[in-house]
Design a protein. Structure first.
Length: 197
């Protein structure tokens, strides 16, 4: 259950439970978290097979937690929790009402780093995902997986924000972080998850 003292707004998205707190972290602590995560996380440049070719993912990634996870054909062996990640996990758990055992980190170095349309609906994933953003503001969008009558829902993920995707959100909606030609500061995104498999 969402804690009401965190200034969350529930987005008006049918068949979904999406909550957004644009200023979950203060600017000073967001700046510090961004610096520490940039320096302490073991970032990797993964490759995926598309169109018969091995292509680099358009972002850097890292996986920490208690269990491994496979997505886009990539197996992510878990790295041990860093103290900073445990600290962030505890703060998010206290507000989301969910418990997480893993976190996927994405480092978007510039506007051409991106994430295409997808849903985090693998059987090994629990329904709740908590997404923290530090760094440059980026546009984020949702589209319904079947209903063409529903418009795409867009929002700007701000520095120090927390986005919660709960309930049946992943069953009905896809999301993306599109490329942008704007000059934009680097952004780090942490998506806390529960691996149940």
């Amino acid at each position: 259950m969402i804690q009401k003292n965190e200034n969350f707004t529930q987005l008006d998205i049918p068949e979904a439970e999406v909550y957004y707190a644009p200023h979950f972290f203060k600017k000073e602590e967001s700046d510090l978290y961004l610096q520490l995560l940039t320096e302490e996380v073991a970032w990797q440049q993964e490759e995926i097979r598309m169109f018969g070719k091995q292509l680099p993912l358009p972002r850097l990634t890292a996986w920490y937690g208690d269990k491994g996870y496979t997505y886009s054909g990539l197996y992510n062996a878990p790295q041990p929790w860093l103290p900073i990640l445990l600290e962030l996990k505890e703060r998010v758990e206290a507000s989301s009402g969910d418990r997480y055992n893993s976190v996927l980190l994405n480092y978007y170095r510039h506007g051409q780093d991106s994430m295409g349309w997808h849903a985090d609906d693998e059987k090994a994933l629990g329904p709740g995902i908590a997404s923290i953003s530090f760094g440059g503001e980026r546009d984020f969008a949702f589209r319904h997986r079947r209903r063409k009558d529903l418009p795409t829902v867009k929002l700007t993920l701000q520095h120090g924000s927390l986005l919660l995707m709960q309930g049946a959100t992943q069953q009905h909606w896809q999301h993306q972080l599109p490329k942008t030609s704007r000059q934009i500061a680097p952004r780090i995104n942490l998506t806390f998850r529960t691996i149940v498999g």
